[in-house]
Design a protein around this ligand. Structure first.
Ligand SMILES: Nc1ncnc2c1ncn2[C@@H]1O[C@H](COP(=O)(O)OP(=O)(O)OP(=O)(O)O)[C@@H](O)[C@H]1O
Ligand SMILES: [Mg+2]
Length: 372
């Protein structure tokens, strides 16, 4: 395979030639005009230069003259192309610098159309391949969305199972124990009765905590009214005993896709939970709005803030980041001691396709030869 230098003033033309060459397995370097081409030829030593004949400043024949004068690159082969040539003019130019011109290429009307037809064929092939690639990317995007939805569902199912287990088993047993202790306290001697009553209170406190835990574990109730109302109800529940004022500003015009809600809700929940556990905040604010083809969730508290550092065994921050990343989104955290905490999460409504490679890159369009 050859190392080819493509020279033309128009980037679209360079792109096309470079893509076709790369597809045929050649390696390609590019330059806009003769001076640049000369430098690239000296550093890259291409096997062949393919060049628009009338580039500005230093045209094709001039470049060939300079190449032939430099022993290091004088044997470089040069192929000119031009879509709008005047045969006599080109022949004169080439004669002047000792370049042989294929008479057939210049004279034959049939030959005249050949490059155009070839370019046309390659363009059709290119767009066909791009369409195929586009379809494959769309399918990949859909299956990624499905996977994400399955993942979220599996996780929620597991949480529900644990929540029901705690509710049906541990809470019931402990409630019964508290009742039994109350009964015992009633028949015991007074000082023992007091101690038993205290134990009963502790058991009841544990029951309250377990109930809060089952509330945390139950899956998001976004299915009904949507993300904003679900977060609002969670805030009410959590804020009541945390002692902060809370507000949810839902600026969404429409509901995001279910899988986006399913990703954002647990993130909001963890951020609110963190505000309750660590922030000692007066106010916690949640904002939801559309942004850049996705949903933007912001949770802000005016609490104590913190230094961001890895804390083994503390999983909340990591889980928020990983959820956002798995959905093709991102998470920004702004905090410092004494400065409160702001978390901004953006999740796209459709998972972005990987960018198409640029010309001369790894886009593979097979199945045709290149011969301009
Ligand atoms: N809103 C906040 N205000 C102040 N400190 C916070 C806030 N959010 C997190 N932190 C600090 O960052 C640490 C890490 O938070 P993270 O959510 O990862 O873990 P955790 O809440 O301690 O435990 P887990 O989430 O695993 O139950 C917390 O322990 C706390 O020190
Ligand atoms: Mg946490």
């Amino acid at each position: 395979m050859a190392h080819v230098l493509v020279v033309d003033a128009r980037s679209a033309t360079r792109d096309l030639v470079a893509r076709l060459l790369a597809d045929a397995g050649h390696s390609v370097v590019e330059a806009e005009e003769g001076h640049g081409a000369l430098e690239v030829a000296r550093s890259e030593r291409p096997d062949v230069v393919i060049m628009g004949i009338l580039t500005p400043r230093m045209d094709g024949p001039d470049l060939v003259r300079r190449l032939r004068a430099d022993p290091a690159v004088q044997r470089t082969r040069v192929v000119f192309f031009t879509p709008t040539y005047m045969a006599d003019h080109v022949r004169d130019l080439c004669d002047a610098c000792g370049i042989a011109v294929s008479a057939a290429d210049l004279a034959s009307p049939a030959a005249k159309g050949t490059p155009v037809r070839r370019v046309d064929r390659h363009l059709r092939l290119l767009s066909h391949r791009l369409l195929e690639k586009d379809r494959a990317l769309e399918e990949a995007r859909r299956s990624r969305s499905r996977l994400l939805a399955d993942l979220v569902q599996a996780e929620e199912a597991e949480r529900t199972r644990i929540a029901w287990g705690v509710h049906d088993d541990s809470i019931q047993v402990m409630s019964a124990a508290a009742l039994r202790l109350d009964a015992l306290a009633g028949v015991a001697r007074s000082e023992q009765g007091e101690a038993i009553g205290e134990v009963a209170d502790k058991v009841r406190q544990a029951v309250v905590r377990l109930r809060a835990l089952t509330f945390d574990l139950t899956p998001p109730s976004t299915a009904g009214a949507g993300l904003g109302p679900a977060i609002e109800s969670y805030m009410r529940e959590v804020g009541a005993d945390a002692g902060f004022r809370s507000s949810v500003e839902d600026r969404l015009n429409a509901r995001p896709p279910a899988e986006v809600e399913a990703v954002l809700y647990p993130i909001a929940r963890e951020a609110i939970r963190n505000a309750r556990k660590h922030a000692r905040a007066h106010t916690v604010t949640v904002t939801l709005r559309e942004h850049d083809g996705g949903t933007l969730l912001r949770i802000e508290d005016d609490g104590v803030g913190f230094v961001v550092e890895h804390r083994p065994g503390h999983l909340g921050q990591r889980s928020m980041r990983e959820r956002a990343a798995a959905a093709g989104g991102s998470l920004q955290l702004q905090t410092a001691p004494g400065a409160g905490c702001g978390i901004e999460v953006w999740v796209p409504h459709s998972v972005p396709s990987p960018a198409l490679p640029s010309s001369g890159g790894s886009l593979t369009i097979r199945g045709d030869d290149l011969s301009l």
